[in-house]
Design a protein around this ligand. Structure first.
Ligand SMILES: [Zn+2]
Length: 494
């Protein structure tokens, strides 16, 4: 064989080998993402433009497709890294027992890459609010928080923990080599039970980085009213309002105050309590949960579908319950109040800073006081506050600088709690969030007053006379019950 031919053939062989290894590498355990077949074809097609590389590139692609198509060894499986489906009607304890058993057996010999997916999927199936990855001296605890209680799922070896942590950092786009500073990120992960929106935070601890993942926006895990930690009185009032055959129920609060969650949980309750009698249609922006039993429409301004035109179209579909994402213009307000007068129960949000403020906003938009007074049932104004960790919270004197602030809002200056942080809360002192509410129920005296278009102050005074607890009092009450810190309560109370 001539010298030059030998050189060319060995070069070709070397290129094939390097190409194949590079293409197959991301599929090996322990490394971040995987090269998709489409991406590989694109890469190879580009390389193949040059005649010298055509043959090696084509051969690399054949090898890559072979690598992709062959059954992957246990621990690197990708399509199968999900948990078996669960029956929807399973009770919480059965659900927990089933997921724990399958999860523990799947994780025993699995690779960290797979564990990340399995872990999020387990969280989704259990409707967990948080997932904890807690490294200890000898092994790592995996647990999930379900309805406020931390449930242990499995224990990982240090090797599994290392790979899992790297995978989570890749998913959350966190800096791989930083291990001594807190980091935050987020990612979405599709699972057979809905896409999980995950917010991940890493905290350096004595034995490695502890990861806590907060789960939100689960496709099928529609929130239930009972899991929202609503005060008992608010829960009762809301359920009573949802029994009304027609009229308007309002929710208000700034972005991130949990009002959308309250509405979805209300839809869930209506589906449960009314069964097939509930013909629910929504116009939303955006649709945050998809609910198979509900006709949901997304606002699309580019094609002329706004809240008003969407609502008008929904009404022609003969629903009896309507959800209008937001009322912010006179036309939507007019159609909604008319629909509420003609046999529809409507749940909606209005931008305002208090429950009475909602009615003032509608009156300002031009809604007739007499119409408003006959269709409005209630308004729920809400805020989300960081909840003190129940495991480490302890009665603590109020810091001196907060005393005058408490006095300014005429609140007691003692009887509050702080949480210094413990293993349960990852040394943060915080565990999830709680919602506090200001509830305005439209009783007869308030109905009468609405007919005369009262001012915000008049309506507030009258509502307090008839049982409304202002947000600031609800916040301070939560602080005195040890649910939130005094500083957190003052954020709302001032
Ligand atoms: Zn704690």
């Amino acid at each position: 064989m001539p010298q030059s031919l030998r050189l060319v053939s060995s070069l070709t062989f070397l290129t094939i080998a390097v190409g194949a290894v590079l293409l197959a590498l991301p599929d090996m355990p322990g490394l971040g993402g995987a090269l998709s077949t489409d991406a590989a074809i694109a890469l190879v097609t580009e390389t193949a433009q040059s005649p010298i590389f055509f043959v090696p590139a084509a051969l690399s692609l054949v090898f890559f497709i072979y690598v992709k198509s062959r059954p992957l060894p246990q621990g690197t499986m990708r399509a199968a890294n999900v948990l078996p489906p669960l029956k929807a009607e399973l009770a919480k304890t059965e659900r927990l027992a089933k997921v724990k058993a399958t999860f523990a057996s799947l994780v025993r010999d699995a690779d960290g890459l797979v564990i990340a997916d399995l872990l999020v999927h387990a969280g989704v199936q259990l409707r967990a609010s948080d997932i904890h990855v807690h490294p200890g001296a000898t092994d790592t605890q995996l647990s999930v928080r379900v309805d406020g209680a931390l449930e242990q799922l499995a224990v990982l070896s240090p090797e599994q923990y290392g790979v899992l942590l790297n995978r989570l950092k890749v998913l959350g786009r966190l800096t791989h080599y930083v291990t001594d500073k807190p980091q935050d990120g987020q990612f979405s992960l599709p699972t057979p039970d809905g896409t999980a929106e995950v917010r991940i935070s890493l905290l350096p601890t004595q034995h490695g980085e502890k990861a806590v993942m907060r789960l939100a926006g689960l496709g099928n895990a529609l929130p239930v009213l009972e899991s929202l930690r609503l005060p008992d009185s608010v829960l009762r009032q809301l359920k009573r309002m949802l029994e009304k055959p027609q009229g308007l129920i309002f929710f208000t609060g700034p972005t991130g105050s949990g009002k959308t969650t309250s509405i979805y949980a209300s839809i869930n309750h209506l589906l449960d309590s009314r069964g097939s009698l509930a013909q629910i249609a929504t116009i939303e922006d955006p649709i945050e949960f998809s609910i198979p039993e509900v006709a949901q429409t997304q606002v699309n301004r580019a094609s002329g579908l706004d809240f008003a035109s969407g609502l008008r179209a929904l009404l022609r579909q003969d629903p009896n319950i309507l959800v209008v994402g937001e009322i912010r213009d006179v036309e939507t307000a007019r159609i909604a109040t008319q629909a509420a007068l003609t046999g529809h129960l409507i749940l909606t949000t209005v931008h305002a800073d208090s429950a009475p403020g909602v009615f003032n906003r509608l009156l300002e938009m031009g809604v007739e006081p007499s119409v408003l007074s006959s269709v409005a049932h209630a308004c729920f104004s809400q805020r989300l506050l960081r909840r003190l960790c129940p495991f480490c919270r302890t009665p603590t004197p109020v810091p001196a600088d907060l005393v005058p602030r408490l006095q300014a809002v005429k609140a007691p200056v003692e009887g509050y709690f702080e949480a210094p942080g413990c293993a349960e809360c990852g040394s943060t002192g915080v565990s999830g969030r709680i919602a506090i509410f200001e509830v305005l129920i439209v009783t007869d005296p308030i109905r009468d007053s609405l007919k005369n278009a009262p001012t915000n102050q008049q309506l507030m005074a009258l509502s307090i006379e008839h049982g409304l607890i202002p947000l600031r009092d609800a916040a301070l009450k939560a602080a005195q019950a040890g649910e939130v810190s005094v500083a957190e309560a003052l954020r709302v109370a001032e």
